[in-house]
Ligand binder design. Structure first.
Ligand code: RIB
Ligand code: CA
Length: 304
């Protein structure tokens, strides 16, 4: 089985991604690390424990990371509600904050050189801190699959930036400069494929049906209210699906830099598109996803 680590700011679409990866039984999930973003570090860590324990996988260790970006104040998402997982009963969830996600990332990657795929579905603060602490780390990772960025479409946190990159642009800058194979799943391909309750209804009769319907109903409300789109933009589940079925994706090499100075463009993933310019490709970017395959595999895996 492929070894993976999931770095998450556990909101609704993160939950779907984590459940997909667990239920697929295709991965050795070495750890889940948490980072503030969709909600506070405490809330997203509690949410991660809720999701993992609901899937009866208490064997997967959860390590919490940093409660704020490298250099900036934390800006939270709104679509997931104050808890980060509104709609779920999170009252009595047992959870622990370890504040050592970067240390654990370094340990696990060093113990499994070139064998770990890192899936990042939140701001990149933990990854950047691990790279700063251990400069050799990028060379020991098999790949990083990053949910983030907006290439040819508008942002979802400011006019041009996607939320995960917007929250900690300095961290994203470190990760995008790092010499490690990167696959980027940007908003562009996610916005084209909203999922509806009718899609999730196909889970009827399975053990996750009630939880996922409740979660997605809440998420659809948030997306509609704050992003003006109908349906659930399951960004993180699409990024997780890349690990399951990369053949369902069309990738294009791109030369991307991260805007860390702009007043209006903070967090923008700026692509070199000039024909004559020398390109320094630093990411393979998803430009197309087979929606039908994604939805049918998502439902099939979650029904297992
Ligand atoms: O912009 C979408 C990303 O921001 C997703 O990872 C979502 O969970 C939020 O973290
Ligand atoms: Ca996320």
């Amino acid at each position: 089985m492929k070894n993976i680590i999931i770095d998450t700011d556990a909101g609704h679409d993160d939950a779907l991604a984590i459940l997909l990866l667990i239920k697929s039984r295709a991965f050795n999930i070495k750890a889940i690390t948490t980072v503030a973003g969709n909600s506070t570090l405490e809330n997203v860590t509690r949410n991660a424990f809720f999701i993992r324990d609901f899937a009866a996988r208490t064997d997967i260790p959860i390590y919490s990371g940093y409660e704020k970006p490298l250099k900036r104040e934390l800006v939270l998402a709104v679509v997931h509600g104050a808890s980060g997982l509104d709609g779920m009963n999170l009252a009595n969830i047992q959870y622990k904050l370890t504040h050592d996600a970067d240390k654990q990332l370094i340990r696990l990657i060093k113990e499994n050189p070139n064998k770990i795929s890192l899936l990042t579905i939140g701001p990149l603060t933990n990854i950047a801190r691990a790279f700063l602490k251990e400069p050799k780390l990028p060379g020991l990772l098999k790949q990083i699959v990053i949910m983030g960025g907006a290439i040819d479409c508008c942002g979802n946190k400011n006019r041009v930036a996607e939320f995960n990159i917007f929250v900690d642009p300095e961290a994203a800058d470190i990760v995008f400069r790092a010499k490690v194979p990167k696959v980027l799943i940007p908003i562009d391909v996610c916005s084209d494929m909203p999922l509806f309750l009718s899609d999730f209804e196909k889970l009827h009769g399975s053990e996750l049906y009630a939880l996922i319907m409740k979660m997605m109903r809440e998420f659809i409300k948030g997306i509609e209210a704050y992003e003006g789109t109908k349906g659930a933009l399951v960004y993180d589940a699409i990024a997780a699906y890349y690990l399951l079925n990369p053949k369902a994706f069309v990738l294009k090499p791109m030369d991307i830099v991260i805007e860390t100075k702009g007043e209006y463009t903070r967090g923008m993933t700026v692509v070199e598109k000039r024909i004559a310019a020398k390109k320094m490709h630093n990411a393979e970017v998803a430009v197309k996803v087979n929606r039908e395959k994604f939805v049918s595999d998502l439902i099939k895996m979650l029904r297992k």
